[in-house]
Design a binder for this molecule. Structure first.
Ligand SMILES: NC(=O)c1ccc[n+]([C@@H]2O[C@H](COP(=O)([O-])OP(=O)(O)OC[C@H]3O[C@@H](n4cnc5c(N)ncnc54)[C@H](O)[C@@H]3O)[C@@H](O)[C@H]2O)c1
Length: 255
């Protein structure tokens, strides 16, 4: 099995791509810590994994809170005795996030707290645990919007994801010598509640995004998770500091 006995924390594991990651990682043999804000959603993911014969546990976490980030790593160590993978998946994209000229400070701060501080705090506590075991893989979920300008802006979200790419490079260089690899995935638009809840209300915005993608469709959660599975596995042992774009080609489309 590709991830046999690897212990993986998946933040935001209660929904969207995080839930699919929990399911697919468990099927590949990993032990999953579902680190999720919503009790009901986190518990449901654990049930789904267990029903399929996998191993998972839930810890309630708001990734933006330092005490929760520490508790998340402590929970992984107490339950499974080690930590191999930190999958920094939790992220938010509020409707109130627009251009810098019309975004309020609270929205900006909230996005930065979850999307950037959350990753900082997860890494802060996971890296020493991984170093104690001699190896680890950190997977940061950024976005294709960190690589492109967009005339329909979500500037807080875009800046937050750009910050993750810079942080990924810094961690890769610092902790690569300790056997801890850090990589980022830049997904294109994927069919999850995060995107669909928003686009379902705006058909024009949906068609605009579909028209730009050479594949003519949105991604499916598993199409991002398969890349994460590679990064979690030992197959990627020489992949460090990369930003891997999985977007159907939207970011290379000039016309
Ligand atoms: N869906 C897309 O099109 C898309 C594209 C590029 C990048 N991404 C990124 O992929 C990641 C996952 O996105 P998704 O579409 O699956 O999202 P989603 O909204 O469907 O699921 C996110 C999960 O994270 C949880 N969560 C939110 N805030 C949290 C917090 N503070 N602490 C702990 N858990 C929290 C939610 O409860 C939810 O279960 C995000 O980082 C997102 O920015 C998504």
């Amino acid at each position: 099995m590709r991830l046999k006995d690897k212990v993986a924390i998946i933040t935001g594991g209660g929904g969207g791509m995080g839930r699919v990651a929990a399911q697919l990682f468990a099927t590949a043999g990993a032990k999953i810590v579902v680190a999720e804000f919503s009790d009901a959603a986190g518990a449901e993911t654990v049930d789904l994994v267990r029903q399929a014969g996998g191993e998972a546990t839930f810890v309630k976490v708001d990734v933006s809170r330092e005490a929760d980030a520490k508790a998340m790593v402590d929970h992984a160590l107490a339950t499974y005795g080690r930590l191999d993978v930190l999958y920094n998946n939790a992220g938010i994209m509020p409707e109130a996030d627009h251009s810098v000229i019309d975004t309020d400070v609270d929205t900006w701060d909230k996005v930065m707290a979850v999307n950037v501080r959350g990753v900082f705090l997860g890494c802060k506590y996971a890296i020493p645990a991984m170093a104690a075991g001699g190896s680890g893989s950190i997977i940061n979920i950024a976005s294709f919007v960190a690589l492109l300008g967009c005339s329909v802006p979500q500037d807080a979200y875009t800046a937050s994801k750009g910050a993750l790419l810079a942080l990924t490079r810094s961690l890769a260089v610092q902790f690569g010598p300790k056997g801890i690899r850090t990589n980022a995935i830049c997904p294109g638009p994927v069919e999850t509640p995060l995107l669909m809840d928003w686009l379902v209300k705006d058909e024009a915005a949906k068609q605009l995004r579909l028209a730009r993608n050479p594949t003519g469709r949105f991604g499916k959660p598993e199409e991002i998770v398969y890349m994460a599975m590679y990064l979690a596995s030992d197959e990627s042992r020489w992949t460090n500091g990369a930003q891997l774009v999985v977007d159907g080609g939207i970011s290379v489309n000039y016309f």
